[in-house]
Design a protein around this ligand. Structure first.
Ligand code: ADP
Ligand code: MG
Length: 413
């Protein structure tokens, strides 16, 4: 099946063609027709398999240009994800001049958002808290919503948005279509789908709660006080490429940043305590390739689609097992290869990783890292920007990676 054989309007097919997207992914092929027919859909597929377009394309197709009310509301857990989905909507509505979308999220100027909402958008994308805020201010009216999407539904519940989401749902008409997408599911979401969806069609692609085969997964076991050294050693060994490092706390993000800076890297950081303008700037710099290493918390674990992230490093083992799936799912997207590296510091954590391994039905291989004298090996100045130059990362392997840069590429499936 190709996009051109699907029941999509020409304006959408044109953009798909321009983007050289020929074939729909499996989740798209199975859910788009159902959504176009008006069915409620629960779409479950692995990370990076194109769930966004699975709901964005039919929504764009269904927006009635003679109705200037909010017809589609998309809820998702983080501001970065709101911005990303808005961007995708803008790109795909290139030939649909009647589409007006507005993004609403916390930490950004509410007056500006109120102003945008007055300009009669037909699609609103937002985080639950800020959407509810606008509902209370009467600056967002949902009585004409025909399609409601909960992207990363389980995460919004984990974050404690359950009550807000139910309130928001109650402001939309009962006749609405409800769509729910994620790579993972939990019982709470299943229960909400029973209460608030009409005869939902569950579309499951691949095994649930699994990771992609395209991601090669490795872990290391080191003493706790050597974790930073282990990270430095790992970064030296890795093939150059966009790298995302996850820590469990903002505090740890800061400590890892200081250490890596001392070692000569120029990492950027992203976490929930930063002002929104800074969060947006950092994401843009990371996306454009201006920075190669980003250290973050789970705020970037869900949904974020940055092209060509080669390595995901779990500096800390995630507290919540599903988040392992989401974190490493930032690599290996849209059919590409990727690498996931996890640093552990106790037998207890190793047990937890074994549990994860069972859940995701994939192999996570133990490897060793060179830790002796690593503190003495600081990066030379020329390495200091693992920064993008002339449009691509420099691959100065000998200079930057020590003797055997390809070491960890070996033994791949
Ligand atoms: P998910 O939500 O499933 O994690 P995304 O919707 O973020 O995945 O999509 C991941 C990447 O795949 C995006 O960069 C997107 O542009 C790309 N993509 C989506 N659909 C297709 C397709 N049919 N063909 C090729 N690439 C696609
Ligand atoms: Mg997604």
């Amino acid at each position: 099946m190709n996009f051109k054989d699907m029941n999509l309007i020409e304006e959408l097919k044109m953009v798909l063609k321009q983007k050289k997207f020929i074939k729909p992914t499996e989740i798209q092929e199975k859910s788009i027709p159902k959504i176009l027919e008006g069915e409620d859909v629960i779409g479950l597929s692995q990370t990076g398999t194109g769930k966004t377009l699975a709901f964005v394309l039919p929504i764009l197709q269904k927006i009635d240009k003679d109705n200037d009310c909010v017809q589609a509301l998309i809820l998702c857990p983080t501001r970065e994800l709101v911005q990303q989905i808005r961007q995708e909507i803008k790109e795909y509505s290139m030939h649909l001049k009647h589409i007006r979308s507005v993004a609403v999220y916390g930490g950004a100027d509410i007056k500006q958002q109120i102003f945008s909402l007055k300009r009669r958008p037909n699609i609103v994308i937002g985080t639950p808290g800020r959407v509810l805020d606008h509902i209370k201010r009467h600056t967002l009216k949902l009585q004409n919503v025909q399609t409601l999407v909960l992207d990363e539904a389980d995460e919004m519940f984990n974050m404690g948005f359950r009550k807000d989401i139910i309130t928001i749902i109650s402001k939309t008409p009962e006749s609405r279509q409800t769509l729910l997408f994620s790579a993972t599911m939990n019982d709470e979401v299943t229960s909400i789908s029973a209460d608030y969806m009409k005869n939902p069609q569950t579309i499951k692609v691949g095994k649930q709660n699994t990771t992609l085969d395209a991601i090669t997964q490795t872990y290391f076991l080191v003493p706790k006080d050597k974790k930073k050294k282990a990270l430095h050693s790992l970064l030296r060994e890795l093939e150059r490429g966009r790298t995302l490092i996850f820590c469990n706390t903002k505090n740890m993000v800061g400590m890892v940043q200081s250490y890596l800076e001392k070692m000569g890297y120029r990492p950027a950081v992203l976490h929930g305590d930063m002002p929104q303008s800074q969060r947006t700037r950092v994401m843009n710099e990371y996306k454009s390739g201006k920075v190669e290493i980003l250290i973050t918390t789970d705020v970037a674990a869900r949904g974020i689609d940055v092209n060509d992230i080669l390595h995901v490093v779990n500096f800390d083992l995630p507290q919540n097992l599903e988040n392992y799936i989401h974190r490493i799912g930032r690599t290996g997207r849209a059919g590409k290869d990727g690498f996931a590296w996890t640093i552990l510091n106790s037998d207890d954590q190793q047990q937890k990783l074994k549990q994860i391994e069972k859940m995701i039905k994939a192999k996570i291989t133990l490897k060793r890292l060179q830790l002796e004298n690593i503190d003495e090996i600081k990066l030379e100045n020329k390495f200091a920007g693992r920064e993008k130059k002339n449009g691509s990362f420099k691959h100065k392997k000998q200079q930057n990676y020590g003797k055997n840069p390809q070491k960890f590429r070996k033994g791949r499936k």
